[in-house]
Design a protein around this ligand. Structure first.
Ligand code: 5AD
Ligand code: SF4
Length: 478
């Protein structure tokens, strides 16, 4: 079922590796009545989407549905979709073809499209994909039980209203396929940035921040259940800003970080994504102050050239970004920085492309997510600029970027050889049941032989003795 889909193959593997996830599903299966209804959910795109699926799962569980990982057993098949690039949408449409077949074999099965593609295409989806029964945007998940009822009565269920308030703050996510050690907490929704290439402001609506105390409560709850790492999620976490209209209590992102860091020194904090224009010194000082806030910042540059950055509406230029990177290394010397890069944006010249390459060297990214530009309907760039870089050129530039980043990552990792890191054990390594895998503060994956007395969720010190561009290998010391 997962053969021709690497993302899903990866997810499935993660699921298989996860003992706690397994236990959860078995528990749910035992609890299911013989006539209990089951839902199956697949997620694509960013971490936020995976996190949203856990909110959806919680809402469905309340409505009496049990999760299943067996497609053919589901009464309700959901796909949480991504619109960020054309390819992401193509993948979803391919999966819908497969769901169609299942639906034909099991009449009465409902198929629902959630997330960004549902929001982007709205009712058009129902015309294009005749066998889709539900179309539900990212702010309408509470309405799911109601929409399912409509679909069961033979009508199509659609709700794509975007909200200015919805943060799902009161919903306790049902942790699907979790390793029981690391979890995501959504801290805000939407995006107000309007980067010209990006579809997100149209699919996820206006930016809004979640109640800070509900975030701390969720982190505390996860810690009490054995989790040892939380990642605070938002499209632009540095513009997190919450105020209680009744009491006047407020929190900036730096203050929120501090509140979550104080839950327990053994709870690690990560966050994603930062916008270079919004990350403040206060945030950097907070990271430096707390040992349990990880020394790792995902700081997408998108392009290394000022003219392209201006066309992208990123609101910073090359110099400004470089100063931010300098400042990060000054305040947090052992910080790892990673990036997102888009190559072949409208009118990008070879010289401008070279500036992206030199930025990778300057910033010494530990890793990057790299893409060629994919025009998205309705975005500022689609309306204003011509997508004029030939695909062949985009692909060649992307290869150059990937090659350079691999070299830099390799060098970055080589420098770790001989060093000892505090590692949070996440579970068995992918390759061998004899090895554990875990991450250091800098978010690097480290593989090392299992040692008596250690288990997932424990911290240990690992000395690095081998490095590739993707992984570090070492052994437990001390
Ligand atoms: N084309 C290619 N990449 C894109 N991204 C966002 N929109 C596009 C697009 N239209 C990339 C950006 C962003 C990441 C999540 O996806 O690098 O940071
Ligand atoms: Fe994809 Fe962006 Fe939506 Fe996440 S927010 S699912 S990356 S389009």
């Amino acid at each position: 079922m997962y053969d021709n889909n690497p993302t899903l193959a990866g997810i499935q593997k993660k699921v298989d590796e996860s003992r706690q996830g397994e236990a959860f599903y078995q528990e749910q299966a035992r609890g299911a009545k013989a006539d209990g209804r089951h839902f199956y959910i697949e997620s694509y795109g960013c971490q936020m989407n995976f996190s949203d699926s856990e909110i959806v799962a919680s809402i469905l569980a309340e409505a009496g549905y049990q999760p299943t990982r067996i497609l053919e057993e589901a009464d309700l098949i959901l796909i949480n979709t991504c619109s960020i690039r054309e390819k992401a949408e193509e993948t979803v449409r391919k999966r819908l073809r497969i769901f169609d077949k299942v639906k034909r074999q099991r009449p009465g099965t409902l198929v629902g499209v959630l997330g960004c593609m549902a929001e982007r295409l709205k009712a058009q989806f129902l015309e294009e994909e005749k066998l889709v029964d539900l179309v539900v945007g990212p702010d309408a998940y509470r309405d799911l039980p109601n929409l399912i009822g409509t679909a069961e009565d033979g009508d199509k269920g659609i709700n794509v209203f975007l909200s200015r308030e919805e943060t799902y703050a009161d919903i306790s996510p049902l942790r699907l396929d979790s390793n029981g050690v690391t979890g995501f907490i959504s801290i805000m929704r939407g995006c107000d940035n309007m980067c010209s290439f990006c579809v997100v402001p149209f699919t996820r609506g206006r930016e809004r921040s979640r109640n800070a105390f509900s975030i701390v409560a969720e982190a505390t709850d996860l810690f009490s259940k054995g989790y040892r790492e939380v990642t605070l999620l938002g499209q632009n976490v540095d513009s997190y800003k919450w105020e209680n209209p009744e009491t006047g209590e407020r929190a900036t992102f730096a203050q929120l970080l501090e509140m979550v860091a104080q839950v327990n020194p053994n709870l690690r904090i990560r966050f994603s994504t930062s916008h270079p224009k919004d990350i403040t010194d206060e945030v950097l000082f907070t990271i430096a102050k707390y040992e349990n806030i990880c020394n790792y910042i995902h700081l997408p540059v998108q392009s290394g050239n000022s003219r392209i950055l201006s066309l992208m509406n990123r609101t910073y230029d090359r110099e400004w970004y470089m100063n931010k990177v300098r400042r990060i290394y000054e305040v947090i010397p052992d910080c790892a920085i990673s990036s997102d890069i888009i190559t072949g944006f409208c009118s990008e010249t070879e010289e401008e492309h070279q500036e992206t390459l030199s930025m990778i060297e300057f910033a010494r990214y530990s890793m990057s997510y790299m893409f060629f530009y994919s025009e998205r309907p309705g975005t500022l760039a689609a309306r204003k600029y011509e997508d004029d870089i030939p695909l062949k050129v985009k692909k060649r530039r992307l290869q150059e970027i990937i090659r350079l980043q691999a070299q830099i990552s390799q060098q970055h990792n080589q420098q770790d050889i001989g060093q000892t890191f505090k590692v949070l054990i996440e579970g068995d390594s992918k390759r061998s049941g004899e090895d554990f895998k875990g991450r250091n503060s800098q978010n690097k994956m480290i593989v090392f032989p299992k040692t008596e007395g250690l288990e997932p969720g424990d911290y240990c010190y690992v000395k690095i003795n081998e490095a590739t561009s993707a992984t570090l290998k070492g052994e437990v010391v001390g």
